[in-house]
Design a protein around this ligand. Sequence first.
Ligand SMILES: CC/C=C\CC/C=C/CC(=O)SCCNC(=O)CCNC(=O)[C@H](O)C(C)(C)COP(=O)(O)OP(=O)(O)OC[C@H]1O[C@@H](n2cnc3c(N)ncnc32)[C@H](O)[C@@H]1OP(=O)(O)O
Length: 238
Amino acid sequence: MQKPPVNSLNLDLLVALRDTLVKLEKEKCKGMILTSESPSVFSAGLDIMEMYRPDHNRARKFWTTLQDTWIKLYSSPYPTVAAINGHSPAGGCLLALSCEYRVMVGPKFTIGLNETQLGIVAPFWFQDCMRNAIGERQAELALTLGKMFSVDEALKVGLIDEIAKDKADAISKAEDFLDEQSGLPALARSTVKVAFREATLNRLLKNREADTKMFLDFISMPKVQQALEMYMQTLKKK
Ligand SMILES: CC/C=C\CC/C=C/CC(=O)SCCNC(=O)CCNC(=O)[C@H](O)C(C)(C)COP(=O)(O)OP(=O)(O)OC[C@H]1O[C@@H](n2cnc3c(N)ncnc32)[C@H](O)[C@@H]1OP(=O)(O)O
């Protein structure tokens, strides 16, 4: 990802990610490493400006493109690794959680689903991804608090798989993971992957329209707009 300054996921970046994932699958990609050009941010999550006083049609397109991107990434037949070389809040954490393996550069960055702290709600499929990685109990604690984990905490709870000392080390560890997968029969590997992920995927696939409506209704609430405005102001003041 290379959308300065913080790889916030706006419609354009989501379209680019989705189209890349579609292309990789068509071209029978052997493995993918998702990382960031930024030296300090993997992705700042969804672009708040896409949710603040949005045009209804654009907001719908934004959300359905996010769903498409997630479905493609989460169900990809090829192996995927997130080399998390910077902060990774909310939607950034979702991208990392959707890969099969996570290597994060330590020690100073943070990762987590912090939506509650912003006065918004992590959708059920964000929650499911966290639950699948760290288990029901820890996911409930983390999601209700909107907790951002330090790299050490993330490793301890199972949110990431390995710590790297810098980006080059993260890429090298990610390549080790891909090398390990490369000798396996691809169809058997991808069938097992999809079997593990099927219930989570189907939950969204069967409820896409309801999920979109929930998002559009939620961001239409004056209280939510107020919370987003205050949050944007805090970020700008910083
Ligand atoms: C029912 C369902 C309903 C709703 C579901 C909604 C789900 C939402 C999921 C999300 O992903 S919400 C987004 C959550 N993201 C965050 O909380 C991250 C906010 N950003 C940060 O914490 C920090 O920016 C950072 C730690 C990522 C990086 O810090 P730093 O390197 O110090 O950069 P700055 O804070 O100075 O930011 C630079 C620049 O970028 C703007 N910005 C940052 N994050 C976002 C964002 N998510 N969207 C839009 N813009 C963002 C920030 O305001 C600065 O702008 P300037 O104009 O001041 O340069």
